[in-house]
Write a protein that binds this ligand. Structure first.
Ligand code: ADE
Length: 225
């Protein structure tokens, strides 16, 4: 898979995508992640990429031309399955969307910034608008990093233990069961006996029950689906 991220603040994306599973997935060639600075596509002599809104009011708007130039430059080289815009008024992101995106070949993510972007970019280029929650970030970069992280870990070969992505919380609409490691007892707090029994069938059944009970208690809304 290839992910291209378009931003006016590339520095914000470097660290989150250069560690752990994501870095290993890049090293293994499972994913290519390219970060593009929209300013590089500005024809303004000061590389300006924002301007005042025609409607007036506070806040700057991301200009159309450099974004269009960058999108078209990339689209000439390959076909994109999705061109995503990160924005608080987009569709709420969840594991189902992550699963769907992980099956794509080429994804472009445009990070919003300033007060917003010229609506014509959304109307003519964007295939999917995603919000990571009902709150407003300074820009869409952290949202793009979250989307990229959650998608890349699902690509076959990204993780050494492939079943572990399948047992994540939210797969099957269930939260994960509680998990423990050594020591089996600490300050009198014991790991549930069943986990020390060595009976894998019973352990699996216990984990399924715990996942259900935890979901019922903490996120009953997930069970409605
Ligand atoms: N940009 C600013 N806030 C955002 C949010 N909640 N989700 C996605 N992109 C955003």
């Amino acid at each position: 898979m290839r992910i291209d991220i378009l931003t006016v603040v590339p520095e914000l994306l470097k660290s989150p995508l250069n560690h752990s599973i994501i870095q290993r997935a890049k090293d293994k060639g499972v994913v290519e992640i390219h970060i593009h600075n929209i300013r590089d596509f500005s024809e303004d002599k000061h590389n300006k990429v924002d301007d005042y809104a025609f409607s007036g009011g506070a806040g700057m708007v991301m200009r159309l031309e450099p974004v269009v130039k960058c999108i078209e430059h990339l689209s000439e080289q390959r076909k994109y399955d999705e061109i995503i815009f990160t924005t608080p008024d987009g569709d709420q992101y969840n594991q189902k969307t992550a699963n769907n995106l992980s099956l794509k070949e080429n994804i472009m993510i445009l990070c919003g910034h300033y007060k917003g972007i010229d609506q014509r970019i959304r109307d003519h280029f964007i295939s999917k608008e995603i919000s990571i929650g009902d709150f407003v970030l300074t820009g869409g970069e952290l949202a793009a990093a979250i989307i990229t992280d959650s998608v890349v870990r699902l690509i076959p070969g990204a993780m050494s233990d492939e079943t572990s992505a399948l047992t994540d919380s939210f797969q099957d609409n269930l939260l994960s069961p509680p998990i423990y490691t050594r020591p089996a007892e600490f300050r009198g707090w014991r790991v549930p006996d069943i986990l020390l029994s060595g009976d894998h069938k019973k352990i699996e059944k216990w984990q399924e029950e715990q996942a259900y009970l935890r979901t019922k208690k903490l996120r009953p809304d997930l069970l409605k689906d």
